[in-house]
Design a protein around this ligand. Structure first.
Ligand code: FES
Length: 105
């Protein structure tokens, strides 16, 4: 599937992501600045915070319960479209997904 990360200072990184990979792993593999994934995807760091582009919000869905608690702890701004990208799994139905990297995670 194709994913685009929009960077806070302008610019974007696009990549093909293998289905089944989570989007934090995909961001790290593609050197997307601002997506760190410190805990390796076990929902304990929130350093993989992204905003899902408006058009994609419904298809991606909202956070789970633990993710929701972690999102309250992000240092930067939390928006309705905030997700922890380690919890979004690449799948064909998300082909073309656009994620925005927050200025401050
Ligand atoms: S990588 Fe730590 S919560 Fe997503």
């Amino acid at each position: 599937m194709h994913v685009i990360w929009k960077l806070p200072g302008g610019g974007e990184i696009a990549a093909e992501v293998v289905e089944g990979l989570n989007l934090m792993e995909a961001a790290v593999a593609n050197s997307v600045p601002g997506v760190i994934g410190e805990c390796g995807g076990c929902l304990s760091c929130a350093t993989c915070h992204v905003f899902v582009a408006e058009d994609w919000a419904d298809r991606v869905g909202g956070p789970g319960e633990t993710e929701d608690v972690m999102l309250d702890m992000v240092a930067g701004e939390r928006r309705p479209s905030s997700r922890l990208s380690c919890q979004i799994i690449a799948a064909a139905r998300l082909d073309g997904l656009v994620l925005e990297v927050p200025e401050e995670i």
